[in-house]
Ligand binder design. Sequence first.
Ligand SMILES: [Zn+2]
Length: 502
Amino acid sequence: MVARTITVAPVGFDGIIVEVESDATKALPSLQIVGLGNKAIDEAKERVRSAISNSLLEFPKKRITINLAPAELPKDGAHYDLPIALSILCVSGQLNQIDVNDTIFAGELALNGDLRPIKGAINITQTAKQAGFKQIYLPSINASQASLVDDIEIFGVESLKDLFLHLKKEKILLPYEQKESLIGRDLSKISPSLDDIKGQEQAKRALIIAASGHHNILLSGAPGAGKTMLAKTLANLLPELSKEEQIAVTKIHSLAGNVSGEVIKNRPFRSPHHTASPISMIGGGSHAKPGEISLAHTGVLFLDEIPEYTRSTLESLRQPIEDRKIDISRASAHVTYPSDFMLVATMNPCPCGYLGDKTKECVCTNTQIMAYQKRLSGPLLDRIDLTINVAKVPSESLLSTETLNNSQHVTAYALIKSAIERQSKRYKSSSKYNASLTNSDIKKYINLPDDSKNLLIKAAERLNLSARSYFKTIKVAQTIADLAGNDRIMVEHISEALQYRN
Ligand SMILES: [Zn+2]
């Protein structure tokens, strides 16, 4: 006799339906699993055996063969435990055959029969829904995440025994209902906010522009000038995540191994250390896991002291910054992850950090300064739209003002939101920003009146701007115009944009 249950193998950002067949024959009792499973699946044998016995169910005294089909697909992960256990309970007659067209199971079993959280719960649920399944049973910790996927019934399960009794209709499990609202946040409680930063008006203005047009930004300044805090504030200025974005972000973090079961509601802020390897930065390795650039998707990738990162790490960022996604190829799979992040980088003006500082003298030689600034590769610098110098704020002005309720932040947040809405309308897309305009987009969409254009041409000659800087200035000026509620780029928008060039 053969029994079947259905589950999903997460493959990169998607998944494939997997059938778990089990066959029991009269022979010396044993359990074997075939179908290209890895070590985690081999170990499922012990977990499933203990979980069944400890749930006071019977582990059949037969020769049991489990087949995971399609056989040629490599399988990884402990979430096969639950469908394997259920198929054994079916093949031994303790459960009736479960409807294989309706129901998906996924869950790791503890030895006592409890369900443990799994990686990739959203992938599994999305794949199930797309394949037309009506319901999914997974560990209760993952139910909230899974419920981001509409039009499929989610059941959060505590233990194998509970599910067994439910399937026998001796106990009723109710489908999961999302109780808390996932959208919306209390801006007055956000930290750090613009109101936490004293002084630094020009830097704050640059953050608002960067957040509005999704421009990559470089903050240069002496140690202790507050660059890190400014970068964190930028992440808090970005609008709240839409539901689709929450799904994407939560999914990536779950695939990277975060099994907390939480739904990620805020924009990510990732700050990989400067020793990070290209693989940890862009993703890959034997499991083709998402890297920092995908974990930062929809949020901020913060590279503190960018000249300290190795050249190969910085070079690896160029393509994904352009494409806003990353393709990872391995022998067994080809995976694409989104990586639409804003790059926020900081650097000291020189190795000692005090070049141009009013409080301390720089001790570097010219050669040292040149070598340091050169470490930031030209092509990466080309992808940074805004550069600002962050000066140390004199200590007396740190104490001068005290604001309540994050009022400056709340005002800026509203401005940024409306500037983003103008862009969505203009480009008829919610994921296209001024920063991502191509040169032909600029010709198509941007309204640059003659006086503004003349000012830009003159400045380009005087400042010896490259063609790339010329177009970057237009993009930044468009964002400044959007913040001012203006569709046309005016002279004052060009002159402000010129202040933020490298
Ligand atoms: Zn120096």
